[in-house]
Design a protein around this ligand. Structure first.
Ligand code: ADP
Ligand code: MG
Length: 603
């Protein structure tokens, strides 16, 4: 039997396993069921592809979306692995043809849509295959707790039980909540599975929040720095999509748009142009993304704040699926809160409104916190073992000064206390600011707030300035916002803070200009940017000729390694991580030729 690391090198071109891969492969080869819970981009596919190549016979992989299956099959074919997909749009004749190739040993990896298992003739054929491993990818689809429940997934365990000999069953997902995990084990009937969980964190993503005065100007500047790398700009409404796409177009950026108001034809064309890197900037509503597996997205910009961290992490998570660095930036403005509240009012029934508002508040807190953004997200998802600093988010690497607002915070919190003491009620942010600024409006007079000790304590501050501080206090847990008409109240942290007079530092919201992150450097804004651009051009040409997406030919990381290593012959080319035997034969000479001409100054 070939060693797994040798297959890793020869077929896929990688030198070492990533975290978890080696363990999972070993257990599968021993015949044990496994459940791998690893974040997107961690490398779940190799965990079953390598055993498939070792075990012989056929490995069947259930995958929920046609586009995912196609990408996987294309990528395997590129590496010289014989694979095929059976999706729901196929004619029965075609299905039979593929199954007969499987039976003749021509295809070792077969991707199948879950709906196939609802079909009795298919189940019958399935039970006659020499099945050595059964894989369920995106296994959270079996759980009603998950976000993409697919009833057909419930049929899978029965299909396995009917087999004359039960192969090991391996399930994979990026959804790490305990309910979903337990559900997967039960509903797929995994037998004494080896469960490996590496958590929610996407280590290659850089998170950042900006509060720009002019979002469009910020975006244009930002996109410029990514020089031609693929990116997605999410907007909360169709109208904003139109506006932003037009602005980008006017400045000559290759942007396309996507939202539910466009014809199906235009949506398809635009999506295709994006996936193939012909027009690498996608401006879209949240209607875009389901079933898209473009792995080389280098940045996801949220032009507006989404309604919850759940949505945010899912959308932002479309960056960097290839595991190379990528950035997720959220452009916040107070108006986004108004839009988000409006959408909740329109969309939710009374019962779920409360939950929706609570989720919205966590999202707002994310935008205002001075602490680690990654920790904020991971805590939200209930991950307990989280570091306080990550070194890869806007707040942790921030180069801006912080402002000491200890005194201001004491004034604000005392005022919240006095207002409640006087009236026996709680109030929202607007009235709190009015009282602090010593306003004389009717409500203040009626409630008698002109006579409390904190009235007018912050006369000399702008409304906006006070608002920012209150938002900061809320985000960092010194004040709580609750209710449909949000009111402020103390938290467990408030009294200790007032008692101990801890120092409180607030980060300023001016956009930073200086920092260049990994993703942006890799995007080509550096000295070898020109060569990188040429390599990217060649990759696109080769991909177009075969009618596959460019990232299937080579991941971005491969092009960067080529830039860095400048291989001069086949042997050196084979040493590039991500280049296996097949790709060396297919593409080696084209890339070596380009590099030769580049060295000779002939490009
Ligand atoms: P997931 O299914 O977990 O989201 P994939 O299986 O699609 O992730 O892998 C993401 C990327 O990581 C792919 O481009 C893959 O080639 C790359 N990759 C996987 N394993 C390794 C490894 N051991 N070394 C280097 N790159 C890897
Ligand atoms: Mg995957």
């Amino acid at each position: 039997m070939k060693r797994s690391v040798d297959i890793l090198k020869e077929v896929f071109g990688f030198d070492s396993f990533r975290r978890g891969q080696g363990d999972i492969i070993e257990k599968i080869l021993k015949g044990q069921d496994v459940l791998g819970v690893m974040p997107t981009g961690a490398g779940k596919s190799l965990c079953y592809q390598i055993p498939a190549l070792t075990l012989g016979g056929v490995t069947v992989v259930v995958s929920p979306l046609i586009s995912l299956m196609k990408d996987q099959v294309d990528a395997l074919l590129q590496n010289g692995v014989r694979a095929a997909a059976l999706h729901s749009a196929m004619e029965w004749e075609e299905v039979r043809g593929i199954l007969s190739s499987v039976r003749r040993g021509r295809i070792g990896l077969l991707y199948v849509a879950p709906e196939r298992f609802e079909n009795a003739p298919f189940r019958e054929l399935f039970s006659t295959l020499d099945l050595r491993l059964f894989v369920i990818d995106e296994a959270h689809c079996v759980s009603q707790w998950g976000h993409d429940f697919r009833p057909s997934y419930l049929k899978l365990s029965a299909a396995v039980e009917l087999l004359p000999r039960r192969p090991p069953v391996a399930a994979f997902t990026a959804t790490a909540t305990p309910e979903v995990r337990d559900d997967i084990v039960v509903r797929l009937n995994l037998k004494d599975p080896f469960v490996l969980t590496t958590g929610f964190d996407r280590e290659n993503l850089f998170f950042q929040v900006e509060h720009p005065a002019d979002k469009t100007a910020f975006l244009l500047d930002y996109v410029e720095k990514f020089s031609g790398s693929p990116g997605i700009v999410y907007c909360s409404t169709r109208r904003t999509v139109e506006k932003v796409c037009e602005e980008l177009g006017k400045k000559g950026f290759p942007a396309v748009r996507y939202h539910a108001g466009l014809s199906e034809e235009e949506r398809r064309t635009n999506q295709e142009a994006f996936i193939r890197d012909h027009r690498p900037i996608m401006v879209a509503t949240n209607a875009f993304g389901m079933g898209i597996d473009k792995s080389n997205v280098r940045c996801v910009v949220h032009y507006n704040m989404p309604g919850s961290i759940d949505s945010y992490y899912q959308e932002a998570g479309r960056a960097g699926r290839d595991g190379s660095s990528a950035e997720c930036v959220l452009l916040f403005a107070p108006k986004d809160i108004v839009t988000a509240r409006f959408l909740i009012e329109q969309g939710e029934d009374a019962g779920s409104k409360q939950t929706a508002y609570r989720k919205l508040q966590s999202m707002i807190d994310y935008c205002n916190t001075g602490r680690c953004l990654r920790a904020h997200i991971l805590n939200y998802f209930g991950e307990t073992d989280v570091k306080n600093e990550c070194a890869a988010c806007g707040n942790c690497v921030s180069v801006t000064e912080r402002r000491d607002i200890t005194t201001e915070a004491q004034k604000i919190l005392s005022c919240v206390y006095r207002m409640e003491e006087r009236s026996g009620r709680q109030f929202g942010i607007t009235l709190l600011i009015d009282v602090l600024r010593g306003s004389h409006n009717a409500q203040i007079r009626t409630l008698g707030f002109e006579t409390i000790s904190t009235w007018g304590l912050m006369k000399e501050y702008h409304r906006q300035e006070i608002r920012e501080m209150i938002n900061f206090l809320t985000a960092d847990g010194y004040l709580k916002v609750s209710g449909e008409y949000p009111v402020l109240s103390f938290t467990d942290r408030t009294r200790p803070f007032l008692r101990n007079r801890e120092k409180l530092l607030m980060r300023r919201h001016e956009p930073r200009k200086t920092r260049v992150t990994g993703a942006r450097k890799e995007a080509g804004a550096t000295a070898d940017g020109e060569l990188f651009g040429l390599l990217r051009g060649l990759r696109r040409e080769l991909a177009d000729a075969q009618n596959v997406p460019p990232y299937v030919v080579f991941a971005d990381s491969v092009l960067h390694s080529i830039c860095a290593a400048m291989p001069a012959n086949g042997e050196e080319f084979l040493a590039i991580p991500g280049v296996g035997r097949t790709k060396l034969e297919k593409y080696g000479h084209r890339f070596l030729d380009l590099l030769n001409r580049w060295r000779a100054g002939r490009l």
